[in-house]
Ligand binder design. Structure first.
Ligand code: PAF
Length: 291
């Protein structure tokens, strides 16, 4: 039987553990999460375990990345179940701080983000990426790991974090790992737990719309045609669309004026009742097709 991970609640204690491991020549991987762990998270842990000697998983539902009318209060929390799951992997530490630890009373500092943080989620969720960048920077201070692992499902988040790491010269490597999907294609997300069984069926439309976008992209369809196709598919499934777009994968800018070989990505976001889901699919470069 494997011993479960050590659960550590303070920044000072986890930092000391990580620094001691590194001083002993061990490579440390870090998987930041908000808990309610699923196969998407465990795939990040598996990658971290493959690359590193020791792995830290943080579990903290970060209030500053939720808007006033979002799901902070009902976001699923179950530290005991999460630790049991991580005990089945070879995770060495779980860092589970409370809010006083992450945001000391009287805290007045936030990271300001622009560039890839501006469109899509940034426009619809003001302050969201500032909250993400602030907590991730704070977590990187507490957990001075060699490499941090994030899922491609939150593609825009990965761009914001990579830009922050570059701009602030943070001494950590960021590795982005592929989206993990349910057998029917729905991207794994802690928020899938909110869906009724009917909404769960409707939610298939996100990945189906993206797969069709990929087929149309390879066939040389225009961005406008592909975007309309995604919107029609989401609409037909009863999803209230926030956006459906095909843009440059690394900048989220429109493709029109960019070289044909620019890597592209299809992005979708929409709501089923109170539940908001996002998904994306990278589109491999297509030779001479027009945008
Ligand atoms: O992707 C998430 O789970 C969160 O946004 C993160 C990166 C753990 C920051 O709270």
């Amino acid at each position: 039987m494997t011993a479960g991970p050590s659960v550590i609640h303070t920044s000072g204690a986890i930092r000391a553990e990580v620094l001691a491991a590194q001083a002993a020549g061990r490579r440390v991987g870090f998987v930041p999460t908000m808990g309610s762990l699923h196969a998407g998270h465990t795939s990040l842990v598996e990658q971290a375990l493959a690359d590193c000697d020791d792995v830290v998983v943080s579990i903290y539902v970060n209030p500053t990345q939720f808007g006033p009318h979002e799901d902070f209060d009902r976001y699923p929390r179950n530290l005991a179940a999460d630790c049991r799951l991580l005990g089945q992997q070879r995770v060495r530490w779980v860092f589970a701080p409370d809010t006083a630890e992450m945001y000391p009373p009287g805290n007045a500092t936030r990271i300001e983000v622009a560039g890839p943080a501006e469109p899509f989620e940034g426009r619809l969720r003001p302050g969201h990426f500032s909250g993400v960048a602030t907590i991730v920077c704070r977590l990187f201070q507490a957990v001075p790991a060699d490499t941090a692992y994030f899922g491609a499902k939150d593609w825009q988040q990965t761009l914001v974090i990579k830009r922050m790491v570059r701009d602030l010269g943070l001494p950590i490597e960021v590795r982005v790992c592929p989206t993990v999907r349910e057998p029917d294609g729905l991207a794994m997300s802690s928020r899938n737990a909110y869906l009724t069984s009917e909404q769960r069926q409707q939610a298939r439309a996100f990945s189906l719309a993206l797969e069709q976008a990929h087929v149309d992209w390879q066939a040389g369809a225009s961005v406008a045609t592909i975007t309309d196709g995604m919107k029609n598919a989401l609409d037909a499934a009863g999803i209230a669309i926030d956006y459906a777009a095909v843009v440059a994968a690394e900048t989220l800018r429109p493709l029109e004026s960019l070289p044909l070989e620019t890597a592209a990505i299809a992005l979708v976001a929409g709501r089923l009742g109170q539940t908001r889901l996002i998904d994306n699919l990278p589109l491999s470069p297509r030779g001479s097709a027009t945008c």
